[in-house]
Design a protein. Structure first.
Length: 327
């Protein structure tokens, strides 16, 4: 693994087309009829949102009355992992406060032990994921979004939400499964030791999204000066309570890999600039071990690009830490 990242890290990922999803036509007719009853109109067309790495349906429905709706759906039998994720997302989305820049959950169908399907209906949000490679303007808009969200979600709403330390307790041990070259072994050991300290630096009372990346963001033209943009944060499946700066740091992995100067960004950031650099390294080390572990696992058939995604993310974090700690 290289010691620094001076240029964009190459990737073969087809950004925006990494998921192998169900389409609206794959949903059983009786479930489609139930959805239309919820919508109060008939569906005349649909298109799938194929970013991400899960197999469940994630589609925009175009309806006879001119309205648009975004739904997620999964079979409780054939797609149990995706269905469990959607069920958890529905539970946690109900705790999000009004006015949050995130698509609002409007209704759900199914999800019970005897149900065949679970369906989540969201308010439609106009926009598309940031283009890759990341641009400075899109990074600035996404960063502004996360700062505003962190303030709105402190203190964390809802009851019974896990802490960051509880949710990621198993991750430091994943370093023991990562294979590295002999010349990298000492550095890998130092990152494993850093990751083991993550609980002491991630505590806080902010609701943290914990899965911030380009395919969980929507970019749209803002009301304001010509050319200005704003972002919406989607897919609140795994929020946890933690430090207010965590999401702002996780956002930077993609831009860093695409060649942007994220160290300059950190130096001017309203949350990250005051964080102890060692604490930043600890969180990066935690995610590096997770990504490199995941990259070593076979990619599931429903997510053929998951391994490449994890390899790229892990390499970006490794190179970033090497530059920060080894110079």
């Amino acid at each position: 693994m290289s010691a620094s990242l001076r240029t964009p890290l190459p990737t073969t990922l087809p950004h925006g087309e990494t998921a192998t999803r169900l389409g609206w036509v794959h949903v059983p007719p009786h479930v489609r009829r139930e959805v239309e009853r919820k919508l109060g109109t008939t569906v005349v067309d649909s298109y799938s949102c194929d970013a991400g790495y899960t197999p469940g349906l994630a589609s925009v429905l175009l309806c006879a009355d001119g309205s648009r709706h975004f739904i997620k759906a999964a079979s409780m039998k054939a797609q149990r992992h995706a269905a469990a994720s959607y069920r958890e997302e529905a539970r946690k989305a109900r705790t999000l406060p009004p006015g949050l820049p995130a698509p609002r959950l409007k209704w759900t169908l199914g999800g019970g032990p005897s149900d065949e399907w679970i369906v989540l209906g969201f308010a439609y949000a106009e926009g598309h994921p940031p283009a890759r490679p990341w641009s400075p303007a899109d990074l600035a808009a996404a960063s502004d979004l996360l700062v505003a969200v962190s303030r709105q979600l402190t203190p964390a709403p809802g009851l019974g939400t896990q802490t960051f330390a509880e949710a990621f307790a198993d991750w430091p041990a994943l370093w023991s499964t990562v294979a590295v070259e002999d010349e990298d072994f000492e550095f890998a050991e130092s990152l494993e030791a850093l990751a083991a300290r993550f609980a002491e630096v991630t505590a806080g009372d902010t609701l943290v999204h914990a899965d911030v990346r380009d395919d969980n963001l929507l970019r749209r033209v803002a009301d304001g000066p010509a050319g200005s943009v704003e972002m919406v944060l989607c897919d609140w499946a795994w929020p946890v309570r933690g430090a207010a700066w965590i999401d702002s740091l996780l956002l930077l992995v993609g831009p860093r890999g695409d060649g942007l100067d994220v160290e300059a960004h950190i130096a001017d950031h309203p949350l990250l600039a005051s964080v102890d650099p060692e604490h930043v390294d600890i969180v990066l080390a935690l995610f590096t071990g997770y990504y490199l572990h995941l990259a070593g696992q076979p990619s599931p058939s429903y997510s053929p690009w998951l391994g490449e995604f994890a390899r790229w993310q892990g390499q970006v974090c490794w190179d970033w830490l090497a530059e920060r700690r080894l110079g």
